[in-house]
Design a protein around this ligand. Structure first.
Ligand SMILES: [Zn+2]
Ligand SMILES: [Zn+2]
Length: 330
């Protein structure tokens, strides 16, 4: 099969992914083999390819927003031809303290799709049968793919931030994840304030009904009940914190930040303000979000790339050169 393979992490401008023919994965017990129909491109893929996340294998096929059809390893629940989604959480041990306490997103022995095991920048991918999600027919391949990490983890961020109906919520950064979260927030009748770099991202936020839109470090005109930061920047976290009411929460939706600046406790955190990170996702997050997505007819803005263009797709994500999400169609 054809696949995009990473052997040595490097800046994406150096095109570290090699497009090559490799053996199709062999079926393993408890797994399904999927024929990949689409695979979303996530900023985490960029961190893996550029080496900001330490390599876990001598080579890896990235990609953890996979839409595919079951072609081998079918079960009664997953007959051949079932169209399923695969996300970042590729598996857990099911036995550690976190798994036993309904926090499988924090599992001590997790499997991460496209990082610790091969992912979906390929024609075929292997996935654990208990970590795939049958997809509603209402969601086509191209538009389902970005829901599988950007969507699910964006949704988890809203849960971690403790968003309640009708609240004022700030979104800092407006890429693949935020442009889906805003629609969920509107379904919950929240007012959404967006600070982001790039004129086209600001236009997109306006077109999706943001109450207010500003540049990356602009201060929203009101105190926020909740904020979610998406940019991999500690300075942006500080801007979000500085706009928060007492008792409010900032959820950081980023697996990697450039750095965390020193900050003034008395003015920024005192008053029971909370700063929380968002780590991975649970299967319950995935199921709940995919149901909401189908109900509100969530329709991501997508840009298509071929498998041969995997490096270009990641470069576009890095440069914020596209609005919404990038999706690879192998
Ligand atoms: Zn992701
Ligand atoms: Zn565990």
């Amino acid at each position: 099969m054809k696949a995009a393979i990473l052997t040595a992490p490097a800046k994406i401008s150096q095109r570290p992914l090699r497009i090559d023919e490799v053996a199709r994965p062999a079926l393993q017990p408890g797994h399904v083999l999927l024929k990949v129909r689409a695979c979303g491109v996530c900023r985490t893929d960029l961190h893996i390819v550029e080496g900001e996340l330490a390599p876990q294998r001598d080579h890896v096929i990235p990609g953890h927003q996979i839409v595919g059809d079951v072609v081998e390893g079918a079960t009664a629940e997953l007959p051949v031809g079932t169209r399923v989604g695969v996300s970042w959480m590729g598996g857990t041990d099911g036995s550690c303290w976190y798994c036993r306490h309904a926090m499988e997103n924090l599992c001590d022995q997790p499997t991460f799709t496209g990082y610790t095991v091969n992912g979906g920048y390929a024609e075929y991918a292997l996935a654990r049968s208990d970590f795939v999600f049958p997809l509603p027919a209402a969601l086509d391949d191209l538009h389902a793919a970005p829901l599988l990490c950007a969507g699910i983890i964006g949704f988890r961020s809203l849960r971690v931030a403790g968003v309640e109906q009708g609240e004022r919520v700030g979104l800092f950064g407006f890429g693949a994840s935020a442009h889906l979260a805003i629609e969920v927030l509107h379904a919950w009748k929240c007012e959404v304030y967006v600070s982001t770099r790039g004129g086209s991202h600001r236009k997109l936020a306006e077109s999706l009904g943001a109450k207010w839109v500003g540049a990356e470090t602009d201060k929203p005109p009101v105190e926020l009940d909740r904020a979610v930061t998406f940019a991999p920047s500690g300075d942006v976290v500080m801007v979000a914190l500085a706009n928060l009411r007492k008792g409010g929460v900032v959820a950081i939706n980023a697996i990697h930040l450039d750095r965390m600046p020193e900050f003034d406790y008395d003015h920024l955190l005192w008053g029971e303000r909370q700063l929380r990170s968002v780590a991975n996702m649970t299967r319950a997050d995935a199921r709940d979000f995919l149901q909401i997505a189908a109900e509100i007819k969530l329709h991501p803005k997508v840009t298509k790339f071929s498998l041969e263009q995997a490096n270009e797709a990641l470069l576009a994500v890095k440069n914020d050169a596209i609005d919404g999400a990038a999706v690879i169609l192998p």
